[in-house]
Design a protein around this ligand. Structure first.
Ligand SMILES: Nc1nc2c(c(=O)[nH]1)N[C@H]1C(S)=C(S)[C@@H](COP(=O)(O)O)O[C@H]1N2
Ligand SMILES: [Mo]
Length: 248
């Protein structure tokens, strides 16, 4: 309505302006000019100058449209958004607002309880194992490394409650590197070709040679496994930065 009013006033001014332009002399002209100035002043007091210009340039239909959008804008939400209450969030939104789980050890698939474990939660488990693991690599490189972690089969069986029908277990790293095992591979014990008495479980380690992996270098977990038999090249199976243990 304001704009229509302005247009009306401006038209009125234009008409009176024309009159004064065509007029030549006399006190009446001065009077009219004064009157004109007064009207302009009143308008300027009500509106900013640019608003007046805009109103003059805007055709009526457009002005009406602007009027509509302006009214709509007034109804808009305040600029500072209110933080929605936790109970008003959907399940997906809640997960987003919670802690970053990037570095958690996830167990997904054919299990009764899918898990997303922090390092602290793993350390509290009663399935910890540590030992010097022997490794053999493709080009014959060998070595011993001390690892501490949790026994993978116990983690799947006792904590995640692996389902009867599960047959394949994939260890998936953040870089996409994946090693697949059968359930039997995870259940069985492994040897060290240099020591026939050794029988070690497959573990998820968070500590190597007395030092924990730095969380800044990715998920701090490594799958460690011994040899099935002498000559077994086991080093490539040591998946670092584990993201997910996928049970299928
Ligand atoms: N996440 C991840 N783990 C991985 C690999 C990889 O590329 N990504 N390479 C594997 C291979 S082929 C080998 S030989 C060993 C190498 O371990 P190293 O870097 O400690 O010598 O890591 C294994 N674990
Ligand atoms: Mo390798």
């Amino acid at each position: 309505m304001k704009r229509l009013f302005v247009i009306f006033l401006v038209l009125l001014l234009a008409i009176t302006g024309c009159t004064s332009d065509t007029a030549t002399e006399g006190p009446e002209i001065a009077e009219e000019t004064d009157n004109n100035d007064l009207q302009e002043e009143v308008i300027e007091e009500i509106f900013e100058e640019d608003e007046i210009e805009e109103a003059v340039e805007t055709p009526i239909e457009e002005a009406e449209e602007n009027l509509y959008t302006e009214e709509k804008e007034e109804e808009k939400e305040p600029l500072v958004a209110e933080t929605p209450a936790y109970e008003d969030l959907t399940e997906a939104e809640r997960t987003e607002t919670e802690v970053d789980e990037t570095n958690n050890l996830k167990i997904k698939g054919l299990v009764e309880k899918e898990l997303s474990l922090t390092l602290d939660q793993l350390k509290e488990m009663d399935i910890i194992f540590e030992a010097d693991f022997y490794s053999l690599n493709n080009f014959g490189t060998t070595g011993y490394t001390h690892f501490k972690g949790v026994k993978l089969w116990n983690l799947l069986k006792e904590k995640a409650l692996i389902r009867e029908e599960a047959s394949k277990i994939s260890i998936v790293a953040h870089d996409g590197y994946t090693v697949e095992f059968t359930v039997e591979d995870v259940q069985r014990e492994y040897i060290d070709e240099t020591d026939p008495t050794t029988k070690y479980p497959m573990i998820i380690a968070w500590e190597e040679n007395g030092e924990e992996y730095s969380p800044s270098e990715g998920a701090p977990y490594k799958l460690v496994v011994g040899q099935k038999e002498p000559g077994d090249i086991n080093k490539p199976k040591w998946v670092s930065n584990i993201d997910v243990i996928l049970v299928e």
